[in-house]
Design a protein around this ligand. Structure first.
Ligand code: G1P
Ligand code: ZN
Length: 552
């Protein structure tokens, strides 16, 4: 006898539901409204067309509500005919580990509870993400269909069953549906061991190389402790803030110069370690630091591309690379030198998925601290850290030395991103409208004496399936390959966030100037671009903001 309830859904507001990156991200308080979570999960089960008896992977980044959401999800999976579920112990699975587990186990889909780098806790954010059998986020057509369904459904299916003991590895059940609690780290660590030269990295640490990894009290702590300290022999204490906490320790688990300030300070101290790194809430982002040296994510992608053949998994060379449009064109230079294609995609990981799946690219990355490869279908923070360690172990040079050699060989692209977070929606749109209106005039004119060679709104045609995406950011390109880009964030949960990206190639002595540990924003060439951008977007007048909230 089964004890499946079909509950009727109370009326709750869904009007503001907007499909985001593979799912739904909202204030935690939205998810604690009666039936809200159940509504969205049922919409997934109704829409995703999972084959009867399908296996599902379920996990999350460990934030507040994670365990509750997983128990609800398991009961609903049982009531919706799911065949079996693999779930990470304690409900934990980093996003890249979930992607790998889906692929390795042959699951039909994965449900990941995470709001990525957004703050966690009752006053923070929560999210639900659907990944498909490829291991990558569900495409927009699917997330839109789920969101549409969530506005019309009037019942959901849920089993009446006790909680599954999520901390006990092994096979459990919800009614007749097997639920296997697995070690969230083991498969992922084995994958990393199969990609990188662990022997070389072990020797590096044995030779006294010191590192600081900041788990930011989110999902990656246990992964980093197992891989860096246990398997690679890094000193105990290499991983700091390694215990996942429901509120991420009250911090903002986003590895950038603002939110990972403690790590930046450790790398600036007189006794700083050789290497510093951090990941975000769900483990898909990474920040790379050398001693008193910040590696901009755009440069990091270029350096990984340049040295890829030092890594066993990429020894045979790269099929191609891809970067999101606002990412600096440093990697394009390396791709040209290597004679491999370089694709420019809209912001967001899903656009890389088709290229990875079609074998057109091997590496890809974004300026927003995301880097990845064919090994999973998500960006992967720890993977990028291990890639750097592999390069450092083979080359035995400092992080700074490796980046400077890259600049000497390919030139340096100064880069900065300014975020005006949570401005009123209208103000955000008004800034974009103002810039858009100026584009025709800018075309063919000059800006501070430099010819404007490009002024357009970026649109993308997917080379694999021919689908098109319009309205992907406003670009102004100058004759010396300098560039200004305006975009509105698609991931914020309140108001609008304006992102302003500035890029300026420099050569010779300028390229060799000391890389400011806090980024390159203070460079006069970027200040000049910023002046143009502020004037074109009338940002101060339209938003009332005299300064951005985050500068990277
Ligand atoms: C941001 C980043 C983007 C990344 C996304 C998900 O999106 O800019 O590169 O893919 O988060 O991590 P945005 O808020 O800019 O839309
Ligand atoms: Zn993330």
């Amino acid at each position: 006898m089964t004890a499946t309830d079909i509950s009727t859904i109370a009326t709750i507001p869904y009007a503001d539901q907007r499909p985001g990156t593979g799912g739904l991200r909202k204030r935690t308080s939205a998810f604690t409204q009666p039936n809200y979570l159940e509504n969205f999960l049922q919409s997934i089960f109704d829409t995703a067309q999972l084959p009867a008896g399908a296996a599902l992977v379920v996990g999350g980044d460990g934030r507040y509500l994670n365990r509750h959401a997983i128990q609800v999800c398991l009961r609903m999976a049982a009531a919706n005919g799911i065949g079996s579920v693999l779930v990470g112990r304690g409900g934990l699975l980093s996003t890249p580990a979930a992607s790998h587990l889906i692929r390795r186990s042959g699951a039909a889909a994965g449900i990941i509870f995470s709001a990525s780098h957004n703050p966690a806790g009752p006053d923070g954010d929560f999210g639900v993400k659907l990944n498909l059998a490829s291991g990558g986020p569900a495409p927009e057509s699917v997330t839109e269909a789920i969101a549409a369904r969530s506005r019309t459904i009037d019942q959901y299916r849920i089993a009446t069953a006790p909680d599954v003991p999520l901390d006990e590895i092994g096979e459990h059940a919800v009614e007749g549906m097997p639920v296997v609690v697995v070690d969230p780290v083991a498969d992922y660590a084995a994958l990393m061991e199969s990609l990188f030269d662990f022997d070389a990295i072990r020797e590096l640490f044995a030779a006294g190389f010191r590192m600081s990894y900041d788990g930011m009290h989110a999902a990656t702590g246990p992964y980093a402790i197992e891989i860096l300290e246990r398997r690679l022999g890094a000193a105990q204490g290499t991983v700091v803030n390694g215990v996942p906490l429901e509120d991420f320790g009250g911090g903002h688990a986003d590895p950038n110069l603002t939110y990972a300030r403690d790590l930046v300070e450790r790398l600036r101290a007189p006794d700083a370690p050789d290497f510093g790194a951090a990941s975000d809430g769900d483990g898909d982002r990474n920040m790379i630091l050398g001693r008193r040296f910040f590696v901009s994510p755009s440069d990091s992608l270029a350096v990984l591309t340049e040295h890829a053949t030092l890594v066993p998994a990429y020894r045979g060379g790269l099929a191609g690379v891809a970067r999101s449009m606002p990412t600096s064109r440093a990697v394009d230079r390396v791709a040209t030198a290597l004679g491999i294609p370089c694709y420019e995609t809209p912001t967001g990981w899903k656009f890389f998925g088709n290229l990875l799946e079609a074998g057109r690219i091997t590496l890809c990355g974004e300026e927003s601290f995301g880097t990845g490869s064919t090994h999973v279908r998500e960006k992967d923070g720890l993977w990028a850290v291990l890639f750097w360690l592999n390069i450092l172990a083979v080359r035995r040079e400092s992080v700074e030395g490796i980046v400077r050699a890259h600049w000497a060989r390919h030139g340096r692209v100064l880069y900065t991103r300014l975020d005006y977070e949570e401005v009123p929606l209208d103000a955000g749109r008004a800034v974009m409208d103002a810039v858009r209106a100026r584009l025709p005039d800018l075309r063919g004119s000059t800006l501070g004496g430099r010819a404007v060679v490009l002024a357009d709104e970026f649109a993308y045609t997917d080379p694999v399936d021919g689908s098109t995406s319009a309205g992907q950011g406003l670009r102004i390109g100058l004759e010396d390959e300098a560039r200004i880009v305006f975009r509105l964030s698609g991931t914020g949960t309140a108001g609008a966030t304006i992102r302003l990206y500035l890029e300026q190639p420099v050569g010779g002595a300028e390229a060799d100037a000391r890389g400011a540990p806090g980024g390159t924003t203070s460079h006069p060439a970027l200040e000049t671009l910023l002046g143009h951008a502020l004037a074109i977007g009338e940002i101060e007048a339209r938003t009332g903001r005299t300064a951005p909230s985050v500068v990277t």
